[in-house]
Design a protein around this ligand. Structure first.
Ligand code: U2F
Length: 457
């Protein structure tokens, strides 16, 4: 496909699990357009991690570092520094890459956060701008309704002057279970011009100008929300779960790095053992010390096998003697091969912050969730898990306490409700697998994306 060689500028957002799914999309597009070249603009740290020991898309991707927003030699402290350097840092790196190759970019593929992708595309004669939203349809939809949600919150003050955050968003298609208070903090931010909320708000304003928005989700997971999105954006391509689509497309399974022997440990659990609990809070989060203690106490009381991905700075808050007392049934590692862990038949529950990738991975492998959302889209994802898909529970009270965590573990692992949640998640897993089959909705959406790009490449 693609008669002439197209040079695509790929603009990644370097934090959390943003750049990896974008690189995965690049690899999928490269397979469809073997003559296309991709320049991957990202910060130095993220590029080093992503490209270390790898040659994505058989050498068709070249990584370019963009300026971090810091004084030379200083480490980046906050995302804000990086955001404040945008878009100038990308613009400079792009101009240098164009000067190096002597050609202008013929397409912009960006993380949706990078709202200026459309402006850069317009400056090059209206080449396409394709944006990847790395989370669910439910959260991007929420952002597109920012002005509405803010006006609703402002119009309903309570007696003490505070906004009524428990009001449900009944009029937004597919969002009737969500309350205003569960919206991402950026939507309700006092100052929409502050760096992070400003970036997200600009994104909501600019995305309708994108030629296409690509989602790592699948049609049957969020049908009403997605249909509404399709009415607001030029094109929506729902091409996930990417991990399942990639697995379906790659006959050779990837090499799994399991430095801490999580998989042999799961294999070694006796066949009669109760299902194991897997705990992880994504790429960067560690629960606060009191919640680590509460989690540990609940796990010790439950005595189900557990595998906990916890960074060393979290381990130091575990109760004294906990590791020794639980060594027969528990394992703590700084990083686990999560996809393989969740696909292990011995795992019965996933305690999570409900980042989108974690949520989708749990669905893809049919594991029920126990949700403790922290920020961003995580509240929305958790609400969908508990009340829309009914595949897990939120921890009551919004944070881990020993009693509420134990209660959630008992519901998921040992109750009739738990059985129903399991049935529901297995059904959704089936739908996810259907979506990535040759005639499935995600496969078709990916083919349509390729068809759209074929007109430009
Ligand atoms: C941000 O999400 P996070 O990166 O914090 O969390 P996830 O979206 O759940 O992604 C975590 C990924 O890291 C992997 C795991 C996921 O693919 O399989 N992982 C692992 O392999 N081993 C471990 O021990 C721990 C994690 C943000 F915080 C979220 O709110 C957003 O939804 C998300 C996407 O935009 O980005």
């Amino acid at each position: 496909m693609g008669s002439s060689e197209c040079h695509v500028a790929v603009l990644a957002f370097p934090f959390a699990t943003h750049a990896a799914p974008l690189l995965s999309l690049v690899e999928q597009l490269s397979a469809a357009f073997p003559s296309a070249r991709f320049s991957f603009f990202n910060n130095h740290d993220s590029n080093s991690g992503l490209f270390r020991g790898r040659n994505p898309a058989a050498g068709k991707v070249k990584a370019y570092d963009v300026w971090d927003g810091t004084v030379a030699g200083e480490a980046l402290v906050t995302h804000e520094e990086f955001i404040m350097a945008m878009p100038g840092n990308y613009v400079k790196a792009i101009a240098e890459a164009e000067a190096e190759t002597g050609t202008k970019f013929g397409c912009f593929l960006t993380d949706a956060f990078l709202w200026f992708g459309g402006d850069l595309a317009a400056e090059r004669g209206g080449v396409p701008w394709i944006a990847l939203w790395t989370a669910g349809a439910c959260s991007i939809s929420a952002h597109l309704y920012t002005d509405f949600v803010r006006s609703l919150a402002a119009a309903t003050p309570t007696a003490n002057g505070k906004h009524r955050l428990d009001q449900k968003l009944k009029v937004i298609p597919g969002m009737s279970e969500l309350s205003i208070g569960e919206m991402p903090g950026e939507i309700l931010a006092k100052d929409l011009q502050a760096p992070f909320p400003g970036m997200i708000y600009n994104m909501a304003l600019k995305l309708p100008g994108a030629n296409a928005v690509v989602l790592n989700s699948f049609q049957n997971l969020e049908p009403t929300v997605t249909d509404d999105l399709r009415s607001k954006l030029q094109k929506v391509f729902n091409i996930g779960p990417m991990i399942l689509r990639q697995a379906a497309a790659t006959p050779k399974p990837p090499i799994i790095s399991d430095d801490h022997n999580c998989l042999p440990w799961l294999d070694s659990l006796p066949p009669a053992s109760p299902p194991a609990v897997y705990l992880s809070f994504g790429s960067g989060l560690t629960p606060p010390p009191d919640e680590i203690v509460a989690l540990a106490e609940a796990l010790e009381a439950k005595r189900a096998p557990f595998l906990w991905s916890l960074k060393p700075h979290g381990v130091k808050h575990l109760p004294e003697g906990f590791l020794e007392r639980t060594k027969e049934f528990g394992k703590i590692v700084p990083w686990a091969p999560q996809v393989q862990v969740l696909s292990h038949p011995g795992v019965g529950a996933f305690v999570t912050h409900c980042g989108w990738n974690s949520t989708l991975e749990a669905i893809s492998f049919g594991v029920c969730l126990i949700c403790r959302p922290f920020y961003g889209d995580q509240q929305i994802n958790s609400r969908f898990v508990e009340s829309v898909w009914e595949i897990g529970v939120k921890v009551e009270g919004g944070k881990f306490t020993k009693d509420e965590t134990l209660k959630a573990l008992n519901v998921v692992l040992d109750s009739d409700r738990g059985k129903l949640l399991k049935e529901n998640v297995v059904k959704l897993k089936g739908e996810a697998m259907e979506a990535v089959k040759p005639n499935g909705s995600s496969t078709k959406d990916f083919q349509e994306l390729v068809h759209l790009l074929n007109g430009y490449f």
